[in-house]
Design a protein around this ligand. Structure first.
Ligand code: 0X9
Ligand code: CA
Ligand code: ZN
Length: 435
């Protein structure tokens, strides 16, 4: 990794423009820069709406857009380019193994690995296409069950990852859970029993377009790659679900350039719509949407800091999961109501799931705990340990789904299904007769 150098702004900008065609993430997509804290304060940069990443050793780190860079340059603010310190890969962009993003999955690597599981465990695993993105990538689910090709209408549990492109660890945890179930089915009576009595649905990459963008262009990209009417890119898929969509402009933004842009309408985005159609086509009884980072287990509501009718049940499940996680190697995941523990969001996945079905649904913000411990970057070597610490909680929630087969949740879901226009479910005709 190169040691960051302090450039004179003029030289720096010239250098930046010179390399721009070869490395799109530079001039086109901005940079991570640092400014001395006293300079930052003296110039009132805290009030300029900059995307502040962190403070460390007397420096403020900023995720600067091309516009921000131009403004810093014009104001003659001395800053250092730090981007390379935040990209774990060398300057050629080639990691010795595993492609551009090392041990993490690209969309192609995930498709390959899902197909390998399907091939190796044909009775238990099936790759299902949920939909197609704006850039024509497929969104895949892995269904895991005994007699996987049959529709046995067993209690289903859903684990999804990568609503947010830069949250790479959120792909690996659900993927590894699926792999674990399949590899341990034969040898573990407990796993066998869980799989026999349920359907486990795993969608490791909800946002493949965004993920590819983080790998090849800009590591900090969050949204999908919708080309918006104002010329900006991206809708925050985790603000595009229908429940209380656009409730206020704090929990989501009406501004297309915002990182929490909610889109033009509920389910305007194919990614959120794909999750919706899957969810409404099965008997889901519990779900987790993985994100990073914070080490939190969050339950609804997210749109307003008020309890759902099932606050006590959700809190008890979250407490149990937090305890199970801590028991593995001591990692503390705080738990609580999403809008209280973290902040309010409207249009997120879990509010919608709970809103239409009443089933227990959680957002798990995976490690690290804060930006000082790596933010969106988890060392490749840590992937397995992060999965391992989540495994008991995921097994517990799967069992919970089996143990709670006939709740009011199910009745609510049946009700929600009836409201759906039949053509929207036709998509699943291949694997599931529309109800
Ligand atoms: O903001 C989000 O979408 C999630 N956090 S993240 O840093 N991964 O982007 C949190 C969603 C949970 N819901 C609420 N906090 N209301
Ligand atoms: Ca089955
Ligand atoms: Zn997220």
């Amino acid at each position: 990794m190169r040691i960051p150098r302090l450039f004179l702004p003029a030289l720096w900008l010239a250098a930046l423009l010179a390399v721009a065609p070869a490395r799109a993430r530079s001039a086109e997509n901005g940079e991570i820069v640092s400014v001395a804290k006293r300079e930052f304060l003296a110039r009132g940069l805290g009030r300029k709406g900059l995307d502040l990443l962190m403070e460390k050793n007397g420096k403020i780190y900023i995720v600067a857009s091309p516009g921000d860079l131009a403004a810093l340059f014009a104001a003659r603010v001395p800053f250092s380019r730090e981007t390379d310190r935040f990209f774990p890969f060398d300057q050629t962009g080639i990691s010795p193994s595993g492609g551009l993003n090392g041990a993490y999955h690209s969309t192609l690597e995930l498709e390959t690995d899902l197909r390998v599981l399907e091939r190796d465990y044909p009775q238990l695993a099936k790759v299902v296409e949920l939909g197609e993105t704006l850039e024509k990538r497929k969104i895949y689910a892995l269904k895991i069950s005994d007699n996987v090709s049959l529709e046995e209408n067993e209690p289903a549990v859903l684990f999804v990852g990568c609503h947010h492109a830069r949250e790479w660890i959120s792909v690996e945890v659900p993927f590894l859970f699926g792999k674990y179930l399949l590899e341990n089915y034969a040898g573990s009576p407990e796993v066998q029993d869980l799989v026999n009595r349920s359907e486990v649905w795993i969608v490791p990459i909800v946002n493949p377009d965004g993920l590819e963008y983080t790998i090849h262009v800009y590591r900090y990209w969050r949204k999908n790659r919708r080309f918006n009417a104002d010329g900006s890119y991206g809708v925050d898929i985790n603000r595009n679900y229908a429940y209380q969509w656009g409730y206020d402009n704090v929990g989501s933004s009406p501004g297309p350039a915002s990182d929490i842009y909610r889109g033009t309408a509920p389910f305007s985005e194919p990614e959120a719509d794909a999750v919706r159609r899957l969810f409404l086509s099965r008997n889901f009884r519990a779900m987790i949407s993985f994100h990073s980072f914070a080490q939190d287990i969050l339950y609804p509501w997210g749109y307003v800091n008020a309890p759902t009718p099932k606050e006590a049940e959700l809190d008890a499940i979250a407490r149990t999961m937090s305890g199970l996680i801590a028991a593995v190697r001591g990692t503390v995941y705080a738990y609580g109501r999403a809008a209280g523990l973290l902040y309010t969001t409207n249009g997120d996945t879990v509010d919608w799931v709970f809103g239409v079905s009443g089933i227990p649904g959680f957002t798990i913000e995976l490690p690290p705990v804060d930006v000082e411990h790596g933010g969106f970057f988890n060392d490749e070597a840590a992937i397995d340990a992060i999965f391992r610490e989540n495994l008991p909680a995921m097994l517990y929630l799967t069992d919970y789904a089996i143990q709670h087969p006939s709740s009011p949740a199910v009745r609510a879901l049946e009700w929600a299904r009836r409201l759906l226009s039949p053509p929207r479910l036709k998509f699943f005709g291949r694997i599931d007769k529309a109800p």
